[in-house]
Design a protein around this ligand. Structure first.
Ligand code: ATP
Ligand code: MG
Length: 261
């Protein structure tokens, strides 16, 4: 049981080649993380999977997506959700003028009517802070609560696979650790999770497997444990090592890798 991207090539505006043959596998019941510098193509890969490229004038020009070994024959987001794949987008994208509950119901547009109430109960149980505020405008929630709402909304569709694009972005450390625990809990409930993070330390601490993307290509593919122990990953993604660098140094990292290979 896997969500897979096979050899994806993606072009924006018919000219900008951004993904250059990227493949990843996300097993059910596992956390897979995708790391990479700004602009590497992580969000683009997620958009390709969840059928959101069209909105951004992008197109898959080669390769395909499959869910549990069945090839997805559509690039329409609602059909992808119906196939069992939900995405929490970068920047949360909740509807601030809608109430908390209305936001959750937006996530349930493909869910059978009879299942909606029990799904709402499930989400409120998971996020008690949302339950007390279900009639409030979502714009009044804190950043952390908005991220919880965005995750709750994705869960309303009863996904088998959940895709998260930078869920910790801009949140206080305490909230980041709550989100981290939540992701583990969701995996334990049987979901397959694809996690994109700039916070590589957080992502690698809970992931089973990781990929590193550079310039539209997957350049590393290994168990998370091996990535945590890799010197280059420690230096350039985890900020450890002698000349501890930030993600900005990844350019040098790729150059060095090329010299080595
Ligand atoms: N709609 C678009 N039209 C044209 N180019 C785009 C579009 N969206 C993204 N790009 C370009 O594609 C490349 C990859 O962008 P993408 O957002 O996938 O990177 P990312 O790895 O998610 O980066 P970040 O860590 O900053 O979120 C970048 O060069 C970006 O400028
Ligand atoms: Mg991104």
């Amino acid at each position: 049981m896997t969500l897979s991207a096979h050899n994806l090539e993606v072009v924006y505006e018919d000219v900008m080649l951004v993904l250059k043959g990227a493949s990843i596998n996300v097993p059910k019941n596992g956390i897979v993380t995708l790391l990479g510098a700004n602009g590497a193509g992580k969000t683009t890969l997620l958009r390709a999977i969840s059928g959101l490229l069209g909105v951004h004038r992008g197109k898959i020009t080669r390769g395909h997506i499959s869910v549990d070994d069945v090839k997805l024959d559509t690039d329409q987001a609602p059909a992808v959700v119906r196939a069992g794949v939900s995405q929490v987008m970068e920047g949360r994208r909740i509807f601030i003028e809608f109430t908390v509950e209305e936001n959750l119901l937006v996530g349930a547009h493909t869910t059978p009517r009879a299942a909606i109430d029990s799904k709402l109960d499930y989400v409120y149980e998971m996020f008690p802070a949302l339950k007390g505020r279900k009639k409030q405008h979502a714009g009044y929630l804190s950043g952390g609560e908005q991220q919880m709402l965005a995750i709750g909304r994705a869960l309303m569709a009863e996904p088998k696979y959940l895709i998260l694009d930078e869920p910790s972005l801009g949140l206080a450390p305490q909230i980041v650790s709550q989100i981290r625990d939540l992701i583990v809990q969701l995996k334990e409930s049987g979901l397959g999770i694809l996690l994109v993070e700039q916070n590589a330390a957080m992502a690698l601490s809970i992931a089973d497997h990781g990929y590193v993307m550079e310039n539209g290509k997957i350049v590393m593919d290994a168990p998370a444990k091996a990535l945590r122990e890799d010197e280059d990953i420690q230096e350039f993604y985890l900020g450890l090592g002698e000349s501890a660098g930030s993600l900005r140094d990844v350019k040098h990292y790729s150059r060095r890798k090329r010299w080595l290979s």
